[in-house]
Design a binder for this molecule. Structure first.
Ligand SMILES: [Zn+2]
Ligand SMILES: [Zn+2]
Length: 56
């Protein structure tokens, strides 16, 4: 089972270098069409740092 220890990321997301699984957002250089949301707290509430999707 991959521990996703080696990762590569950019403004679009984060991907595991070893198994290629998208860990956050759309993956490095946009590898998927579905966002793996990573919510961060802003003044207005929680928003995904990659797609700005609302509270899910
Ligand atoms: Zn991995
Ligand atoms: Zn998202």
């Amino acid at each position: 089972m991959c521990q996703h220890l080696r990762t590569i990321g950019d403004n679009y997301g984060l991907t595991c270098l070893d198994c290629g699984e998208v860990l956050e957002g759309y993956g490095y250089n946009v590898q998927t069409h579905t966002c793996r949301h990573v919510f961060q707290k802003y003044d207005e509430g929680y928003e995904c740092m990659y797609c700005q999707g609302g509270n899910a």
